[in-house]
Every structure is written in C-alpha cells, then in structure tokens.
Design a binder for this molecule. Structure first.
Ligand code: MN
Length: 203
C-alpha cells in the first residue's frame, strides 16, 4: 500500500482507471462555510492519492478534468456530502456515481449500521480506525495518522461495492439502487440551493 500526497492538484499523467474511489475531508459539515481540505482517490489497486488543498482559490485542472469525465465511474461512501463539496469547490461531477452507504441501506435491511467502518468489518473482515475523523484537516501538513485515515476511506470502496452489488442482485434491488445513484445529482443540486435540511417528498 502506497500513499502519495499531492499539493492542490493531481499530477497530469495519472491514470486512475474507469472506476475511481473518492472521498473528501473538509473543515466541517456545512459545505458553503467549511472549505474543502483533502480529496482522496484510489483506483482500487491498494494505493491512495491524497490531494491536499492548500490554496482553495487556486484551480485544480487535473482533478476537475477527472471529475468532469463522464466515462469514469465515481465510488463514494455517503456521496451526497462529497458531491456537494467537490461541485462547490472544484467543479461539476459527471458520469455514473456509486454510493456504498445507499447500496448498504438498500441491501442490508437487517441492520441500521451503515458506516464505512461497519461495512469494512462485516463485508471484508477489515478493521479501520475512525479516530482522525474530527481532526484539523486545514493544517499545513497532514499528520501520518491523518494521511493513513484519509487513505483508508478510499482503499476499500471497490471491494465493498463488489460485495454490495452481489447482495443487491440477490435481493432484486440492483435497478432501484441505480435509480437512487442517478438521483444523487439532483439531491446535491437541492442541497447546494439551500434545500439541504428539507425532504421535499415528505408530506
Ligand atoms: Mn473521509
């Protein structure tokens, strides 16, 4: 396993394949208030690339091009947050989106534990630490513990997707999951337009 840390953008020549796992770390949970600090990416090959956003005003053209590429599937855990942060701070995200949290909620109806740690534990038998989740991601240099935590948030998403896809197929919910993933783009537009605290489908 290798962790590469890049400043403000991905290298131009990087190839992360046709399905890339992506996660983000920000100063907090309010997208418009809390700036994007780190974008983590993995091709599912056991290696992680961390883009440390040191200059939020500076463009990240290589990262933006990857996000905009409609031929690249993007895997997330709780895509709703990451899509809002990436759209707001980097640029439009195109192409198929897969969210392991939504897939888990549709497939694993026997539990209400849908955190990434829970999925790693049950589906892969892997223990990941969440100790750095609430740390200062805006600091100039990431600590070793932060870098390892950030990497662990993208390293297992491909394997988790494979397990959840098998469960979704078994339960006859593959198409419903795909429809929910498609809708995420619209849900994120609502969030960024100020409807984030409101379920417009609720009575
Ligand atoms: Mn994370």
């Amino acid at each position: 396993m290798a962790i590469s840390i890049h400043s403000d953008d991905l290298p131009a020549d990087i190839d992360l394949g046709t399905a890339v796992a992506i996660d983000t770390e920000a100063m907090g949970l309010k997208t418009h208030r809390d700036r994007l600090c780190v974008v983590q990416l993995s091709a599912g090959d056991g290696n992680a690339h961390l883009v440390k956003i040191n200059h939020p005003q500076a463009p990240s053209p290589n990262l933006a091009a990857l996000l905009a590429d409609s031929g690249t599937t993007k895997l997330f855990h709780f895509a709703r947050f990451d899509l809002a942060a990436l759209t707001h701070y980097v640029g439009p995200v195109n192409g198929l989106v897969y969210c392991t949290k939504i897939a888990s909620k549709l497939a694993r109806t026997y539990t209400d534990r849908h955190g990434l740690k829970d999925l790693c534990n049950e589906l892969l038998g892997t223990d990941i630490s969440k100790a750095q989740q609430s740390s200062d991601w805006g600091r100039a240099e990431l600590t070793k513990a932060q870098a390892e935590y950030a990497a662990s948030d993208v390293l297992y998403l491909h394997q988790i997707r494979d397990r959840l896809d098998a469960m979704l197929a078994r339960e006859g919910r593959t198409e419903l999951a795909a429809a929910c993933f498609d809708f995420l783009h619209h849900r994120v537009r609502l969030d960024l337009a100020g409807f984030d605290g409101l379920d417009i489908f609720h009575h």
